[in-house]
Design a protein around this ligand. Structure first.
Ligand SMILES: [Zn+2]
Length: 350
């Protein structure tokens, strides 16, 4: 079905479920400006493609799931003349109105609330690293990373909830073990707007200290970060699980676009957090870093990993156990989260 103002093409698909995972709006290229998915009515899922220029559908079909590739809706489109597109819009509206017994005007509603102030609070998922059988790093005095990350996560949750601006969920609220994939899946299933994984790992080089914030990239900032991520990714093996699988190579251009968009947002979030942490606590040199952390792999959720400090450094160990230092760090993280969402909201309304 073709719609105008802005030019859109809607593709309806029969669905057996009543719930759908709605991807965030995606900035596209070429003919499609962005796309949205909604439940048109029980049993019918509608994908709306917002166009940059008039276009018509050549063919649309469903590809069944193969192996680890999910089922896909493929829509082939070609450019159209404004006149022909307008004719299609009028014809589709008339046909639709005849089917549903509603006046055509009811169908040309606003395509969405994109750009306006969101009515719902953003969801922040905080992921206290490790837990249960997986202790994470340990300091010589016996203090364990899993306990530190949980203490920081609970405090950060409280601060964010108290601000009234966010919904906040934790991947674990006690000493429970979760696989890396389960942490990612929880954020994705709840359509989190920001995923923050908290850690306090250790290096062999005990002189390395300070806080840093990571985003995901296959290429690590340096060799130490590469080793750090490799060790972190082994936490599933520690607990007797197999290595988590990375997402399949991207063949779907929309997923690829979404992933690139998320990496950009993740980087902006990392910068916002570092900007607030820097005046408050000791930081590593070049505190915005990249490494291939599995836990940051969600293609549809901006994700960052905060290394609060290192349990291999005496000064960091002392700080990580002080409640005053924890308050300072958590306060800075909360301000960074606020700056990130302020920036995103401003960008969306421009
Ligand atoms: Zn860790």
């Amino acid at each position: 079905m073709s719609l105008s103002g802005p030019d859109r093409i809607a593709v309806d698909v029969k669905s057996t479920g009543t719930k759908i995972a709605v991807p965030p709006d995606v900035a596209g290229g070429g003919i499609v400006a962005r796309y949205m998915v909604e439940l048109a009515e029980p049993g019918r899922v509608r994908t709306i493609l917002e166009l940059t220029a008039p276009a018509q559908v050549q063919q649309a079909y469903i590809l069944d799931a193969v192996g680890d590739q999910p089922a896909r809706l493929v829509v082939d489109m070609i450019s159209d003349t404004p006149e022909h597109f307008a004719e299609k819009v009028a014809a589709d509206l008339a046909a639709s109105a005849a089917n549903q017994g509603v006046p055509p005007a009811a169908l040309s509603t606003d395509p969405g609330t994109h750009g306006s102030v969101p009515a719902v609070r953003p969801l922040v998922v905080i992921d206290p690293g490790h837990g249960g059988i997986d202790n994470g790093a340990s300091a010589p005095n016996g203090i364990q990373e899993k306990a530190i990350t949980l203490a920081f996560a609970l405090d950060l949750q409280k601060l964010l909830v108290d601000s009234g601006r966010y919904d906040v969920a934790l991947t674990r609220e006690d000493d429970t073990y979760l696989t890396l994939n389960e942490r990612v899946a929880l954020a994705r299933a709840n359509k989190a707007d920001l995923f923050i994984s908290l850690h306090a790992d250790s290096f062999q080089q005990s002189e390395i200290r300070g806080a840093s914030v990571y985003t995901r990239d296959e290429k690590a900032t340096d060799v130490l970060d590469k080793v750090l991520a490799e060790n972190e990714n082994k936490s599933d093996i520690v607990a007797g699980f197999t290595m988590p699988t990375t997402e399949p190579a991207v063949v779907d251009i929309l997923v690829d676009l979404m992933r690139r968009e998320m990496r950009k947002s993740s980087y902006i979030a990392a910068q916002a957090l570092v900007h607030q942490l820097e005046p408050s606590v000791a930081m590593r040199r070049f505190p915005v870093r990249q490494a291939d952390f599995f836990v940051l792999q969600a293609p549809d959720v901006p994700s960052v990993l905060v290394e609060l400090g290192f349990l291999s450094n005496a000064s960091d160990i002392a700080n990580l156990q002080k409640s005053e230092w924890r308050e300072r760090v958590v306060g800075a993280l909360a301000r960074g989260v606020a700056d990130y969402f302020d920036g995103m909201q401003k960008q969306a309304s421009e």
